[in-house]
Ligand binder design. Structure first.
Ligand code: ADP
Length: 456
């Protein structure tokens, strides 16, 4: 006989579990139930001993009590043994379940029979009330420890209550009628409580299992993604190295051809050579960016952090930006830099400045302005680069800083690769700084970055 699916619990709102998980949960629940049932078994045995010796039943029906006590002792010992076997995995779950059903049923029947016999033999209210108190305690204990197996709990409670209720019914009078009613109501209450606890227990177990499975799946997916990303980075890095060598040859020989004094190129040839030079330079920039990106992503970037004055670097960048700015009639507003030193890698910081200034011109309107200003904020310097250009829509802002994402500029005439900002942000973070921006479509954008001041 196959194990029932989670002891009758089935929640259609939860995704179905596979057979192995169900088996695991059944095993977990069996161990839980075993642990919970140990004190219960010992208490029932003790309750039988105490209540029997303290009441006249021991004198009147000694053989019966001794037999019941022996039976109960055997059951409790067997239960302890079976629990040991379960924890040592020397018994399979199906057999353990059968054995437990048998033992719980016998121990409930022994108690039920004992109380019924006592009620039948001694119609003494005090004695019967004391025994009833024990019975109520045992029944509620059983309901709170056996609820994991719903059917077992039902059988256990019925085995205790039915013999008692039968005897009480046989002695029908107004007093016993209220007792019957009280017992029935209490039995019902325990059954309802046990059913609710059972549902909550199995639901929690299933949800935990599902969460654990989902977490495992996510971890595997993450590991796979990381492996794929590593492979991509390595591929890009080796490809970029391989591409750079022939490209440098193309650039070198094109320059030689363009400037050869012995056989100077014709005007048309010069135009073509300029096209080759422009395209090759563009390709070289792209390859260098991809190389930088793979270095940054693989953590192989080497930095030379020193204390420097940012104004000097900005001055170095300006001639490079100015040519482009003049072409687009963008006016440059460059604030004087504070003299305080920051900690950064000079070459990489220049790369950051060039990228942001370049973007500020590239994505600006003709005749627009580009402003560079500074703010001293506590222990760091904030550098703002504000343009009055095309801005970035809210939809595109969410996709910012994704490699190779050009945010709607894919088909525009503005050249770019969509990796500059990713590199810029990573470079700044590697220099203990950070990059952020705000932008409004058609109004312009402000990119700012923070760098720590050198300690005085
Ligand atoms: P590239 O400029 O080479 O495409 P970047 O990584 O520097 O790559 O920028 C990514 C994208 O972000 C650009 O393609 C552009 O759509 C947008 N962007 C960057 N800077 C600005 C700016 N100052 N104004 C408007 N859009 C910008």
């Amino acid at each position: 006989m196959a194990l029932p699916l989670l002891h009758g619990y089935l929640d259609p709102t939860l995704p179905a579990l596979d057979a192995a998980s169900i088996q695991e949960l059944n095993q977990h629940a069996a161990r839980d139930l075993a642990k919970r049932s140990i004190p219960g078994g010992l208490i029932v045995l003790l309750a039988l001993l105490i209540s029997a010796t303290a009441s006249p039943i021991m004198d009147g029906a000694c053989t019966l009590i001794c037999t019941l006590f022996t039976l109960m002792t055997i059951v409790v010992l067997l239960r302890l043994l079976s629990i040991r076997l379960l924890f040592k995995q020397q018994i399979n779950l199906k057999n353990w379940r059968r054995l437990s059903y048998g033992m719980f049923t016998v121990s409930a029947a022994v108690w039920g029979f004992y109380v019924a016999a006592s009620f039948y033999l001694y119609q003494n209210i005090t004695i019967n009330m004391v025994i009833m108190m024990f019975t109520i305690g045992i029944a509620s204990g059983a309901a709170t420890s056996l609820f994991i197996w719903k059917r077992m709990t039902q059988i256990y409670l019925l085995m205790i209550f039915l013999p008692i209720m039968t005897v009480v019914l046989l002695q029908w009078n107004s007093l016993t009628a209220s007792l019957i009613f009280g017992l029935a109501a209490y039995l019902l209450f325990l059954l309802v409580q046990a059913k609710r606890a059972n549902t909550e227990y199995w639901r929690a177990l299933c949800v935990n299992k599902l969460l654990q499975k989902q977490t495992d799946e996510l971890v595997t997916a993450k590991e796979q993604a990381e492996k794929a990303s590593m492979a991509k980075t390595e591929f890009l890095s080796s490809m970029s190295h391989e591409l750079r060598t022939p490209l440098n040859a193309i650039l070198g020989f094109t320059q030689l051809l363009a400037t050869d004094p012995e056989s100077p190129p014709t005007r048309q040839q010069k135009d073509s050579l300029n096209h080759i030079l422009k395209a090759s330079n563009h390709l070289l920039t792209l390859i260098n960016q991809v190389l930088d990106l793979s270095k940054v992503e693989s953590g192989k970037l080497e930095l030379n952090l020193t204390e420097l004055q940012i104004g000097k670097l900005v001055d170095d960048c300006l001639p490079l930006i100015k040519t482009l700015a003049d072409e687009k009639a963008v006016s440059l507003n460059i604030e004087e830099a504070p003299s305080t030193l920051v900690v950064a890698d000079a070459m990489r910081l220049k790369q950051v400045l060039l990228n942001l200034l370049n973007n500020g011109v590239k994505y600006n309107h003709k005749g627009g302005t580009l402003t560079l200003s500074y703010d001293t904020l506590g222990d760091h310097l904030r550098v703002r680069i504000r343009d009055t250009g095309i801005g970035i829509s809210e939809k595109h802002q969410e996709m910012m800083f994704r490699s190779f994402s050009r945010l709607g500029q894919e088909n525009s005439t503005t050249e770019g690769s969509g990796v500059g900002l990713v590199i810029t942000r990573n470079l700044l973070e590697a220099m203990n700084g950070k990059l952020d921006f705000e932008s409004q479509k058609n109004q312009g954008s402000t990119f700012w970055f923070d760098l720590p001041f050198a300690s005085q």
